[in-house]
Design a protein around this ligand. Structure first.
Ligand SMILES: [Zn+2]
Length: 168
């Protein structure tokens, strides 16, 4: 599994409400251009993480424990293991090939239209398209649903924030 983080611009304050960013558009473009499109394509979940305010850091309520998150992951992995039972080499949604995508990620007319629109307006690649379907499949699995909903597709598109923002 690959986990990576980057600043939004050379100074790091682009989009931060507490401090102004003084980077120019060309500078920002050059900075973001260091990560290639094909590399970004291969990252399933792209999420913007705003700076954490001091008050948040000091919050008393405990965050969800790793143990309970692990339980959730194992539960969804089990759903996937059952789905791909009998398919050698496939244990998770991420490992589906194009035939399996067609079989297990059927979209209704509304979701299909939504994805088509996103593909065109965000200029997404075929690889990004497959990633979105796989992530949507996992979101439905987390919810215990057999069928993908347009909300799953919408949420999966949201996780392409770098494609949407800097590279489109
Ligand atoms: Zn900046």
């Amino acid at each position: 599994m690959l986990v990576a983080a980057t600043n939004p611009c050379p100074c790091g304050y682009l989009g931060d409400p507490r401090k102004e960013c003084h980077c120019g558009p060309t500078q920002i473009e050059r900075y973001c251009g260091k990560i290639s499109g094909p590399l970004l394509d291969r990252i399933d979940l792209q999420v913007e993480v705003p700076a954490v305010a001091y008050g948040e850091l000091r919050r008393e309520e405990p965050a969800e424990s790793s143990a309970s998150i692990r339980e959730r992951v194992l539960r969804v992995r089990e759903v996937q293991r059952k789905r791909f039972d009998g398919l050698p080499g496939v244990e998770t949604n991420a490992q589906m090939d194009s035939a399996e995508l067609r079989k297990f990620c059927r979209l209704d007319a509304e979701s299909d239209k939504l994805l088509e629109h996103a593909m065109e307006s965000l200029n997404l690649s075929a690889r990004a398209h497959a990633r979105i379907l796989k992530v949507a499949r996992t979101l439905a699995d987390m919810d215990g649903r057999e069928t993908l909903s347009s909300d799953d597709v919408m949420e999966a598109i949201q996780y392409r924030s770098l494609d949407r923002k800097l590279w489109s």
